[in-house]
Design a protein around this ligand. Structure first.
Ligand code: NAD
Ligand code: UFG
Length: 336
């Protein structure tokens, strides 16, 4: 089985590539390296001891995609490629709409042209907006507050329409909660460009001395300690969910949406204290005002994925902290 991995040089795509290779799949990776480094590809090869083709193509370049699909017989596509920074999406919305939506439409068009109709798509818990209650299940109402989130919701809707028009497609939409951690080797991980937007990479950069202190965005939420609560999930667990989804597509027709989360919420202060315990590093922090657009509490009901895909997250917060730290310690400047 040959799987096309779009965005395979990125944080989640590189971990998915390792998992696919280790489970015996052949892969081809395409990535324009707009938010990643070629080194991650080399390290996936090093970890697995396996070689695979990599193409530095942009999903916006339809002719290159056609060339690619003409050269391989893909069985399915795992589609990670996309821009993902919420704040940036507010500043440059057109780039986000064009890259994420046109890129996905191009991909689906070329898949259709070559009769490849199995797709695993990376969506996000951001499509639930500010939910009325937790845990969040897949039937909750959807709403978004920023262009990035809107691209995810629009793509979900496009995929639903595509399926309605042609029921030979098999599609899983995976809504990720908060992926953190890294491969246990410490060779691949999250390598943000510039100042990290997300909590865990910020914490690891404080721990290694690259940043002075963490700003905790608000302690007046309606949560047990006032700070934001999220469903952190180890990236290796997350990508295992993709392999379960792929297997599901082999056996089932249709389009299905799944939450990929652990079902447990931790606060910002929980994450800081667990991280400090694991690494024996103190994380200096100050409480500042809320970050615009943030919600108080968000965690998954992951039962559907367990029941239908037979997948459940296994790794706990301690492992997530340990592996994030190992990656940061071994690669103080990420891949750069
Ligand atoms: P990432 O930025 O590390 O990886 C995305 C990859 O896609 C990058 O390597 C980038 O260079 C590539 N890419 C972007 N646009 C492209 C294009 N037009 N053509 C070819 N390659 C392109 O991000 P990630 O954290 O690995 O996220 C993977 C996917 O999961 C994204 O779609 C993201 O929106 C989604 N997601 C991520 C999170 C998260 O917290 N990391 C949460 C929910 C959903
Ligand atoms: N936080 C801080 N300080 C920081 C960074 C974050 O206190 O420097 C807090 C946030 O306020 C929030 C929590 O840490 O309470 C987690 O924040 P992240 O930025 O790590 O994650 P978000 O839940 O805000 O967003 C992430 C992705 C989105 C995605 C969403 C749901 O960035 O793209 O998870 O999957 F949509």
């Amino acid at each position: 089985m040959t799987i096309l991995v779009t965005g395979g040089a990125g944080f989640i795509g590189s971990h998915a590539s390792v998992e696919l290779l280790e489970k015996g799949y052949d892969i081809v990776v395409v990535d324009n390296l707009s938010n990643s480094e070629i080194d991650s590809i080399n390290r996936v090869k090093e970890i697995t001891g396996k070689d695979f083709p990599f193409y530095q193509y942009d999903l916006l370049d339809y002719e290159s995609l056609k060339k690619l699909f003409a050269s391989y017989n893909f069985d399915a596509v795992m589609h990670f490629a996309g821009l993902k920074a919420v704040g940036e999406s507010v500043e440059i919305p057109l780039e986000y709409y064009h890259n994420n939506i046109t890129g996905t439409i191009n991909l689906c068009n070329v898949m259709k042209e070559f009769g490849v109709k199995k797709l695993v798509f990376s969506s996000s818990a951001t499509v639930y907006g500010n939910p009325d209650q937790v845990p969040i299940d897949e039937t909750f109402p959807l709403s978004v507050t920023n262009p990035y989130g809107r691209t995810k919701l629009m793509i979900e809707e496009i995929l639903q329409d595509l399926y309605k028009s042609d029921q030979s497609w098999r599609i899983t939409i995976l809504r990720y909660f908060n992926p953190i951690g890294a491969h246990e080797s410490g060779r691949i991980g999250e390598s943000p460009k510039g100042i990290p937007n997300n909590l865990m990479p910020y914490i690891t950069q404080v721990a290694i001395g690259k940043r002075k202190k963490l700003q905790v965005f608000g302690n007046d939420y309606e949560t047990y300690d006032g700070t934001g609560v999220r469903d952190y999930i180890h990236v290796v667990d997350l990508v295992k969910g993709h392999l379960s989804a792929l297997q599901y597509l082999d056996e089932h027709e249709g389009i299905e949406t799944f939450n990929l989360g652990t079902g447990t919420g931790y606060s910002v202060l929980d994450l800081i204290s667990n991280f400090s315990e694991v690494t024996t590093k103190e994380i200096p922090y100050e409480i500042v005002g809320r970050r615009s657009g943030d919600i108080g509490i968000c965690y998954a009901n992951p039962e559907k994925a367990e029941k239908i895909l037979g997948w459940r997250a296994e790794k706990d917060l301690i492992e997530m902290c340990k592996d994030s730290w190992k990656w940061q310690l071994n690669n103080p400047n990420g891949y750069q």
